[in-house]
Design a protein around this ligand. Structure first.
Ligand code: ADP
Ligand code: MG
Length: 282
């Protein structure tokens, strides 16, 4: 759980190498993640069209848009599953090349997909360490892993999981989501991407997960939340970014939006109300 992220050679430049002024942006003032003119084509289909997006640390950025808008494609580009056709990804103001999920993880990007990728037949500890088992003398250090799992859940104020030796199959949807998020955070993630985390949840479980998202941001983590649920978005987001047919049509602080302007932007890509737009900065 104390993995110190090291920059593999594919990530350029390495941490601390700021002399080159790659982007002309001071890393101290740069957002944690910045996408510049990201385009992704699948044959004739342009799933992403020159997307500019900033995801700052310590804030919840909600990415909203109708089915087919390009949300999943965008987060897969951030997570290293798809390589953009063109455009740049900047991390703390430095251009990086994320060619694989491993590259993303090394930077501190954790993605919690809708299916959660948890194993029902394993317990909470086993799931949280799956693929990252703590090896001591070639045996699993069970006690250390159990303590670490408990600590992360406690840090995130996840109080409803009674035993970390419980099989994941026995957990509620909200608890499963919490375990998946805790697993992501345990890797010392700096950015947590959540794909529709409350889609399958009831009212009180949704409240639990929204509280957890709020806790993550409070700990300085950047959260990128993909959601269809505008109630959730307005409850927890600091910033909103709206996609429509592959284009990022609007982004800004949540106070610039209301339910009606958000719905207009989602359905038509435009809003009669005055909202922040992604006009090129001068
Ligand atoms: N692997 C793929 N191959 C071809 N087209 C794709 C692929 N993935 C997504 N698309 C297309 O890209 C567009 C955006 O899809 P997606 O990112 O899944 O949208 P969203 O997540 O917002 O519903 C859609 O038109 C979809 O059909
Ligand atoms: Mg999707």
């Amino acid at each position: 759980m104390t993995n110190t992220p090291e920059s593999p050679s594919s990530l350029t430049p390495s941490n601390g190498s700021t002399e080159h002024g790659v982007s002309g942006v001071s890393p101290s003032s740069a957002p944690l993640l910045q996408l510049r003119a990201i385009t992704k084509s699948f044959g004739a289909v342009q799933a992403l069209k020159h997307v500019d997006l900033e995801v700052p640390a310590g804030k919840v950025t909600a990415l909203i848009g109708d089915n087919g808008a390009g949300k999943s494609t965008l987060i897969k580009a951030i997570a290293g599953i798809y390589t953009p056709t063109s455009g740049e990804i900047l991390w703390n103001g430095n251009v990086v090349h994320i060619h694989s999920p491993h590259d993303a993880e090394q930077l501190g990007i954790a993605t919690v997909y809708q299916d959660l990728a948890l194993c029902d037949n394993l317990d909470v500890v086993e799931n949280m360490f799956l693929g990252h088992e703590d090896m001591r003398h070639r045996t699993l250090d069970e006690i250390k892993m159990e303590l670490a799992a408990k600590q992360v859940l406690a840090d995130l104020s996840v109080t409803t999981v009674k035993s970390v030796r419980q099989k994941v199959a026995s957990l509620s949807g909200g608890q499963r989501q919490s375990v998946a998020v805790a697993k992501a955070v345990m890797r010392e993630s700096k950015l947590v991407v959540l794909d529709e985390p409350t889609a399958a949840l009831g009212v009180s479980q949704t409240a639990q997960v929204l509280e957890l998202i709020h806790t993550l941001a409070g700990r300085g983590i950047a959260v990128l939340l993909i959601s269809h649920n505008l109630n959730d978005v307005f409850a927890v987001a600091d910033r909103i970014a709206v996609m429509h047919l592959g284009t990022l049509v609007s982004s800004g602080p949540v106070s610039d939006y209301d339910a009606s302007s958000a719905v207009d932007l989602i359905t038509t890509g435009e809003s009669a109300r005055s909202v922040s737009t992604m006009a090129p900065s001068s």
